[in-house]
Design a protein around this ligand. Structure first.
Ligand code: SF4
Length: 508
């Protein structure tokens, strides 16, 4: 729809903070100029937020790995919380994609949306519409919190969510900016919301009594767990902590608001996923020690028990007794489920280095692991351990990095993102999609060793089926010429690249 605007009149009416320039022209979005969007957002007063994002989520060696819209991470965290409403403010096409993806991944509740057009954006009416939607939804019978997420265009335009009321009738209002030009991955966008919620909850806990955990406080000191993981993993971690006299605390991102207080109350925090920088800032502000890596495999579990025990002042002989009790079972599980083969691994969930450790301890040759997430202090133990065993670790890995590894190492199995899996399968290499098939399985303790080996070995055994399929389809053409043709289609180049067409046989 095209809206005819009297820009001068609108400019006179727009509130402080709305940047008219950011709304000019077509194609404002992740396909438009990122620098222009960022400059507009900074001009609209968001330079502090963007600077914090630059520090929390450092770019490089690539600006931004190729993954889904980052805002999906924040949206998913909000949608998975009880008594929490999530409202998006952004272009309709972005909201369509985000709601589609969230329902594809099983969201069981509605996503709120405040639509806008050029006029409501530049006059400030969009902000008023958001505020109205928040007031209309803030029913304490239904909600503990309402999350409002500014997508790219409202962020670049400076729609000031910070001016929303902090609470309405006891319902907290959390407004966050999650632009694709400021938050590199959807993984880190989970941290944006989790960190904002922890900050809010911390200020509540500092100023008065707060709700106790649903099941009451644990008698033993607890360890909060950072990162979305397979539901059995916190149970397994709880069993590993028990001989230390500790218990597994809430998992952050939490499933309901009151768990935030329980997490902040923990004796220590296990940064199972290492990219939750804003959340870790809140835990450190609350005086909680943060431990990196995770109890994966034999060595990982041994080091992790040691680090957690030390952070929680567990006596040395208790730590030693716990290791003696737990580690033989893990060693046995690894020995009982060996993995033989060369595997390249890449993903954007943040647990890639942990999975690589488990593969190596299971006997696999892992020459390359790529992660879309940045290098942080909390994955350093894993990086060091892997590199000592000859694994090339690539942070902020691009699709090109992952495909180059596929070409260079010619693995027996590629674990990766969708395009990596597609490329591998085209070449007849068995492949597994990291997000759906690997990160959705138990990884911790003895359970993780057996479970991972099962899926990986089944995939490795698929090689003959790929060979059979390739043989069957041999000669039917590839790319633009795939299929059965009387006359094989001729690839047409774009007009501006009007170089003479090569004969089909020379095309690559
Ligand atoms: S909100 Fe997401 S989909 Fe929309 S323009 Fe930004 S990065 Fe792209």
């Amino acid at each position: 729809m095209t809206v005819s605007l009297d820009i001068t009149a609108l400019r006179a009416r727009r509130p402080e903070g709305i940047d008219l320039a950011a709304t000019q022209g077509d194609g404002l979005g992740c396909h438009a100029g990122k620098d222009a969007m960022r400059a507009a957002a900074e001009a609209a007063g968001l330079s502090g937020t963007l600077e914090q994002y630059r520090k929390d989520y450092p770019a490089g060696p690539h600006d931004q790995p190729q993954s889904m819209c980052p805002a999906f991470g924040s949206l998913r965290v909000g949608l998975r919380m009880r008594r929490t409403m999530t409202i998006l403010s952004g272009s309709a096409c972005c909201v369509y994609g985000l709601t589609f993806t969230s329902h594809f991944y099983g969201a069981r509740r509605s996503v709120g949306y405040v639509p806008f057009n050029s006029e409501t954006l530049v006059t400030g009416k969009l902000f008023e519409d958001i505020r109205e939607a928040v007031y209309a939804s803030a029913n304490p019978q239904d909600y503990d919190a309402i999350v409002v997420i500014n997508l790219c265009v409202p962020t670049a335009s400076g729609v000031p969510l910070r001016l929303l009321p902090k609470q309405i009738d006891g319902v907290r209002v959390i407004g966050i900016d999650v632009p694709g030009f400021g938050v590199p991955t959807h993984a880190e966008a989970k941290d944006v919301l989790a960190g904002a919620m922890l900050k809010f909850a911390r200020s509540e806990a500092e100023t008065g009594p707060v709700q106790a955990p649903r099941g009451g406080r644990s008698e033993r000191p607890s360890v909060a767990l950072l990162g979305e993981m397979f539901p059995a993993d916190p149970v397994v971690i709880g069993a590993l902590l028990e001989p230390l006299g500790l218990s597994a605390g809430p998992v952050v991102p939490t499933r309901e608001w009151r768990e935030l207080y329980g997490a902040l109350d923990a004796a220590a925090v296990a940064a199972i996923h290492p990219f939750y920088t804003a959340s870790i800032r809140e835990f450190e502000a609350a005086g909680r020690p943060v431990i990196g890596s995770a109890p994966v495999g034999h060595d990982g579990t041994a080091d992790w028990l040691e680090a957690i025990g030390n952070a929680c002042d567990v006596p040395r002989d208790t730590i030693a007794a716990a290791k003696n009790r737990l580690l033989p079972a893990i060693r046995g599980a690894l020995a009982a489920s060996p993995i033989r083969g060369r595997i390249t691994l890449s993903g954007y969930e943040g647990s890639e280095l942990l999975v690589a450790r488990l593969l190596v301890e299971s006997g696999a040759e892992v020459p390359y692991v790529g992660t879309a997430c940045p290098r942080t202090p909390w994955s350093e133990p894993d990086r060091v351990w892997l590199e000592e065993r000859g694994v090339s670790v690539r942070y902020r890995a691009s699709l090109e990095d992952d495909l180059a590894a596929l070409d260079a190492f010619r693995p027996d199995l590629a674990i990766g993102t969708t395009p990596v899996v597609q490329k591998a399968k085209e070449a007849g290499t068995p492949a597994l999609y990291f997000t759906n098939l690997i990160s959705a399985r138990p990884l911790m303790g003895a359970a993780g060793a057996g479970s991972l080996a099962k899926v990986v070995n089944a995939a490795l055994a698929n090689r003959p089926r790929f060979d059979a399929m390739r043989a069957f389809f041999e000669g039917v053409g590839t790319g633009h010429a795939a299929g059965i043709w009387q006359d094989v289609p001729v690839l047409k180049t774009a007009p501006k690249a009007a170089a003479p067409l090569k004969p089909i046989g020379e095309m690559v």
